[in-house]
Design a protein around this ligand. Structure first.
Ligand SMILES: C[S@@+](CC[C@H](N)C(=O)[O-])C[C@H]1O[C@@H](n2cnc3c(N)ncnc32)[C@H](O)[C@@H]1O
Length: 248
Protein backbone atom coordinates (compact mmCIF):
# COMPACT_ATOMS: atom_id res chain seq x y z
CA UNK A 1 0.00 0.00 0.00
CA UNK A 2 2.87 2.35 0.77
CA UNK A 3 3.88 1.87 -2.88
CA UNK A 4 0.52 3.34 -4.03
CA UNK A 5 0.85 6.24 -1.58
CA UNK A 6 4.37 6.99 -2.76
CA UNK A 7 3.23 6.87 -6.40
CA UNK A 8 0.29 9.19 -5.66
CA UNK A 9 2.51 11.77 -3.96
CA UNK A 10 5.10 11.68 -6.74
CA UNK A 11 2.29 12.26 -9.26
CA UNK A 12 0.51 15.07 -7.41
CA UNK A 13 3.50 16.81 -5.85
CA UNK A 14 3.84 19.53 -8.50
CA UNK A 15 0.18 20.60 -8.47
CA UNK A 16 -0.07 20.20 -4.66
CA UNK A 17 2.82 22.62 -4.19
CA UNK A 18 1.39 25.13 -6.68
CA UNK A 19 -2.12 24.96 -5.18
CA UNK A 20 -1.32 24.80 -1.47
CA UNK A 21 1.21 27.65 -1.47
CA UNK A 22 2.36 26.69 2.03
CA UNK A 23 4.40 29.44 3.60
CA UNK A 24 7.76 29.15 5.32
CA UNK A 25 7.35 31.96 7.85
CA UNK A 26 5.97 29.67 10.54
CA UNK A 27 5.14 25.95 10.62
CA UNK A 28 1.53 25.29 9.60
CA UNK A 29 -0.83 22.71 11.16
CA UNK A 30 -3.32 22.23 8.35
CA UNK A 31 -6.37 23.81 6.71
CA UNK A 32 -8.07 26.55 8.71
CA UNK A 33 -5.75 26.14 11.68
CA UNK A 34 -3.64 28.89 13.22
CA UNK A 35 0.05 28.32 12.65
CA UNK A 36 2.82 27.67 15.17
CA UNK A 37 3.51 31.39 15.58
CA UNK A 38 0.00 31.71 17.05
CA UNK A 39 -0.37 28.34 18.82
CA UNK A 40 3.15 28.25 20.34
CA UNK A 41 3.07 24.51 21.03
CA UNK A 42 6.79 23.95 20.54
CA UNK A 43 8.22 26.90 22.48
CA UNK A 44 11.53 28.43 21.43
CA UNK A 45 13.11 26.04 18.93
CA UNK A 46 16.49 27.79 18.70
CA UNK A 47 19.23 25.17 18.95
CA UNK A 48 16.68 22.32 19.20
CA UNK A 49 17.06 19.16 17.11
CA UNK A 50 13.80 18.67 15.22
CA UNK A 51 12.70 15.77 13.05
CA UNK A 52 9.77 16.45 10.72
CA UNK A 53 8.18 13.24 9.45
CA UNK A 54 6.19 13.49 6.21
CA UNK A 55 7.78 16.88 5.51
CA UNK A 56 6.42 17.11 1.95
CA UNK A 57 7.72 20.28 0.30
CA UNK A 58 9.75 21.09 3.43
CA UNK A 59 8.01 24.34 4.39
CA UNK A 60 7.68 23.56 8.13
CA UNK A 61 11.26 22.28 8.39
CA UNK A 62 12.44 25.45 6.65
CA UNK A 63 10.41 27.58 9.09
CA UNK A 64 12.05 25.78 12.04
CA UNK A 65 15.51 26.19 10.51
CA UNK A 66 14.87 29.93 10.07
CA UNK A 67 14.18 30.07 13.81
CA UNK A 68 17.52 28.45 14.57
CA UNK A 69 16.56 24.78 14.90
CA UNK A 70 18.68 21.95 13.53
CA UNK A 71 16.08 20.30 11.41
CA UNK A 72 15.81 17.03 9.51
CA UNK A 73 12.86 16.51 7.17
CA UNK A 74 11.87 13.04 6.07
CA UNK A 75 9.45 11.98 3.34
CA UNK A 76 8.66 9.04 1.12
CA UNK A 77 8.23 10.97 -2.11
CA UNK A 78 11.24 11.98 -4.16
CA UNK A 79 9.21 14.68 -5.93
CA UNK A 80 8.15 16.27 -2.64
CA UNK A 81 11.77 16.15 -1.43
CA UNK A 82 13.00 17.70 -4.66
CA UNK A 83 10.69 20.64 -3.99
CA UNK A 84 11.90 20.78 -0.37
CA UNK A 85 15.56 20.86 -1.34
CA UNK A 86 15.04 23.57 -3.97
CA UNK A 87 12.99 25.68 -1.55
CA UNK A 88 15.59 25.40 1.25
CA UNK A 89 18.26 26.51 -1.21
CA UNK A 90 16.11 29.43 -2.37
CA UNK A 91 15.44 30.46 1.24
CA UNK A 92 19.13 30.02 2.11
CA UNK A 93 18.62 27.72 5.09
CA UNK A 94 20.22 24.43 5.91
CA UNK A 95 17.87 21.45 6.40
CA UNK A 96 18.83 17.80 6.02
CA UNK A 97 16.22 16.04 3.88
CA UNK A 98 15.99 12.25 3.83
CA UNK A 99 13.99 9.89 1.63
CA UNK A 100 12.61 7.61 4.28
CA UNK A 101 9.41 5.84 5.34
CA UNK A 102 7.86 7.19 8.58
CA UNK A 103 6.79 3.69 9.57
CA UNK A 104 10.28 2.65 10.48
CA UNK A 105 12.91 5.16 11.48
CA UNK A 106 15.62 2.55 11.00
CA UNK A 107 18.96 4.29 10.61
CA UNK A 108 17.99 7.08 13.00
CA UNK A 109 19.66 6.82 16.38
CA UNK A 110 17.59 6.46 19.56
CA UNK A 111 17.14 9.54 21.82
CA UNK A 112 18.43 11.83 19.07
CA UNK A 113 15.74 14.54 18.82
CA UNK A 114 14.21 17.20 21.11
CA UNK A 115 11.06 17.47 18.97
CA UNK A 116 9.29 15.33 16.37
CA UNK A 117 6.72 17.27 14.32
CA UNK A 118 4.31 16.18 11.63
CA UNK A 119 1.50 17.97 9.77
CA UNK A 120 -1.11 16.07 7.77
CA UNK A 121 0.99 13.02 6.93
CA UNK A 122 -0.22 10.31 9.31
CA UNK A 123 -3.43 9.69 7.33
CA UNK A 124 -1.26 7.53 5.08
CA UNK A 125 0.03 5.23 7.82
CA UNK A 126 -1.78 1.90 8.39
CA UNK A 127 -0.36 1.16 11.85
CA UNK A 128 -0.16 4.29 13.98
CA UNK A 129 0.97 2.55 17.18
CA UNK A 130 3.97 1.01 15.45
CA UNK A 131 4.88 4.38 13.94
CA UNK A 132 4.45 6.20 17.29
CA UNK A 133 6.74 3.67 19.00
CA UNK A 134 9.46 4.54 16.50
CA UNK A 135 8.92 8.27 17.11
CA UNK A 136 9.16 7.58 20.86
CA UNK A 137 12.44 5.76 20.34
CA UNK A 138 14.16 8.61 18.48
CA UNK A 139 13.03 11.29 20.96
CA UNK A 140 15.06 12.38 23.96
CA UNK A 141 13.46 12.03 27.42
CA UNK A 142 10.68 14.63 27.83
CA UNK A 143 10.92 15.30 24.09
CA UNK A 144 7.85 16.70 22.35
CA UNK A 145 5.83 14.95 19.67
CA UNK A 146 3.37 17.36 18.03
CA UNK A 147 1.15 16.10 15.25
CA UNK A 148 -1.76 17.28 13.17
CA UNK A 149 -4.19 15.28 11.10
CA UNK A 150 -7.48 15.80 9.33
CA UNK A 151 -10.23 15.89 11.93
CA UNK A 152 -12.02 12.51 12.08
CA UNK A 153 -15.45 14.24 12.44
CA UNK A 154 -14.85 16.36 9.33
CA UNK A 155 -13.97 13.26 7.34
CA UNK A 156 -17.40 11.65 7.77
CA UNK A 157 -19.28 14.63 6.33
CA UNK A 158 -20.34 14.93 2.71
CA UNK A 159 -19.00 18.37 1.79
CA UNK A 160 -21.74 18.95 -0.82
CA UNK A 161 -24.75 18.23 1.41
CA UNK A 162 -23.25 18.69 4.93
CA UNK A 163 -24.80 15.30 5.79
CA UNK A 164 -22.99 12.34 7.31
CA UNK A 165 -21.73 10.19 4.42
CA UNK A 166 -20.03 7.38 6.33
CA UNK A 167 -20.19 5.92 9.82
CA UNK A 168 -17.67 7.42 12.22
CA UNK A 169 -17.12 3.86 13.40
CA UNK A 170 -16.11 2.61 9.95
CA UNK A 171 -12.36 2.92 10.24
CA UNK A 172 -9.44 1.53 8.26
CA UNK A 173 -8.30 1.76 4.69
CA UNK A 174 -10.17 3.77 2.07
CA UNK A 175 -9.21 3.38 -1.55
CA UNK A 176 -10.49 5.78 -4.19
CA UNK A 177 -9.82 6.43 -7.86
CA UNK A 178 -9.42 10.12 -8.60
CA UNK A 179 -10.06 11.34 -12.12
CA UNK A 180 -8.01 14.40 -12.97
CA UNK A 181 -8.89 17.23 -15.40
CA UNK A 182 -6.76 15.52 -18.09
CA UNK A 183 -8.91 12.33 -17.58
CA UNK A 184 -6.01 10.38 -16.09
CA UNK A 185 -6.91 8.09 -13.20
CA UNK A 186 -4.94 7.93 -9.94
CA UNK A 187 -5.33 5.51 -7.04
CA UNK A 188 -5.64 7.26 -3.68
CA UNK A 189 -5.23 5.38 -0.39
CA UNK A 190 -5.91 6.83 3.03
CA UNK A 191 -6.69 5.50 6.52
CA UNK A 192 -9.63 6.66 8.60
CA UNK A 193 -9.67 6.65 12.41
CA UNK A 194 -11.66 7.78 15.41
CA UNK A 195 -10.19 10.34 17.80
CA UNK A 196 -9.93 7.59 20.41
CA UNK A 197 -7.83 5.46 17.99
CA UNK A 198 -5.25 8.24 17.70
CA UNK A 199 -5.28 8.94 21.45
CA UNK A 200 -4.99 5.25 22.36
CA UNK A 201 -2.11 4.69 19.91
CA UNK A 202 -0.27 7.60 21.51
CA UNK A 203 -0.70 6.31 25.06
CA UNK A 204 0.15 2.75 23.96
CA UNK A 205 3.42 4.11 22.59
CA UNK A 206 3.98 5.75 26.01
CA UNK A 207 3.28 9.35 25.10
CA UNK A 208 1.61 11.66 27.58
CA UNK A 209 -1.07 13.68 25.75
CA UNK A 210 -0.82 17.26 27.05
CA UNK A 211 -3.34 18.93 24.78
CA UNK A 212 -5.76 18.26 21.96
CA UNK A 213 -6.55 21.30 19.83
CA UNK A 214 -9.54 21.57 17.51
CA UNK A 215 -9.28 24.99 15.89
CA UNK A 216 -12.53 26.79 15.12
CA UNK A 217 -12.53 28.51 11.72
CA UNK A 218 -14.77 31.40 12.81
CA UNK A 219 -13.87 33.89 10.12
CA UNK A 220 -13.02 31.37 7.45
CA UNK A 221 -12.17 32.87 4.09
CA UNK A 222 -12.34 30.69 0.98
CA UNK A 223 -9.41 28.38 0.41
CA UNK A 224 -8.06 27.13 -2.86
CA UNK A 225 -9.73 23.73 -2.31
CA UNK A 226 -13.26 25.06 -1.70
CA UNK A 227 -14.74 21.69 -2.78
CA UNK A 228 -12.81 19.81 -0.11
CA UNK A 229 -13.10 22.52 2.54
CA UNK A 230 -16.30 24.56 1.89
CA UNK A 231 -16.05 27.80 3.84
CA UNK A 232 -19.47 27.48 5.52
CA UNK A 233 -18.85 23.87 6.59
CA UNK A 234 -15.46 24.60 8.18
CA UNK A 235 -17.21 27.07 10.50
CA UNK A 236 -19.30 24.16 11.82
CA UNK A 237 -16.67 21.38 11.99
CA UNK A 238 -12.97 22.14 11.87
CA UNK A 239 -10.96 20.13 9.32
CA UNK A 240 -7.84 19.92 11.54
CA UNK A 241 -7.01 18.24 14.86
CA UNK A 242 -3.71 18.69 16.72
CA UNK A 243 -2.16 16.63 19.52
CA UNK A 244 0.62 17.96 21.72
CA UNK A 245 2.34 15.06 23.49
CA UNK A 246 5.46 14.37 25.50
CA UNK A 247 7.72 11.32 25.82
CA UNK A 248 7.30 9.86 29.29
C1 LIG B 1 -0.52 16.09 2.79
S1 LIG B 1 1.21 15.92 2.56
C2 LIG B 1 1.78 16.86 3.91
C3 LIG B 1 3.18 17.28 3.70
C4 LIG B 1 3.59 18.47 4.56
N1 LIG B 1 3.61 18.11 5.95
C5 LIG B 1 2.67 19.62 4.27
O1 LIG B 1 1.98 20.03 5.20
O2 LIG B 1 2.59 20.03 3.13
C6 LIG B 1 1.52 14.24 3.10
C7 LIG B 1 2.98 13.84 2.92
O3 LIG B 1 3.20 12.59 3.61
C8 LIG B 1 4.14 11.86 2.86
N2 LIG B 1 4.02 10.44 3.26
C9 LIG B 1 2.96 9.62 3.14
N3 LIG B 1 3.24 8.40 3.63
C10 LIG B 1 4.52 8.45 4.08
C11 LIG B 1 5.39 7.50 4.69
N4 LIG B 1 4.99 6.25 4.95
N5 LIG B 1 6.64 7.88 5.01
C12 LIG B 1 7.08 9.15 4.75
N6 LIG B 1 6.28 10.11 4.18
C13 LIG B 1 5.03 9.75 3.85
C14 LIG B 1 3.76 12.13 1.42
O4 LIG B 1 4.79 11.82 0.52
C15 LIG B 1 3.41 13.62 1.49
O5 LIG B 1 4.53 14.41 1.20
Amino acid sequence: MTKDIKKWWNEVSKSYQIDSKIRTKSAHYGPYSPDEKKLKLLGNVKGKKILEVGCGGGQCSIAFAKQGAKCTGLDLSKEQLKHAEELAKKEKVSVKFLKHDIQTLKGIKSKEYDIVFTAFALQYIPNLTKCFKEVHRVLKRNGLFVLSLDHPFFMVIDTKTNKIKRSYFKTGKIEEIDVWPDSSKHKFVIYRRKISDIFNSLTEAKFFVEKIIEPLSKNAKSWKWEEIYPKELVKLVGPTIIFKTKKK
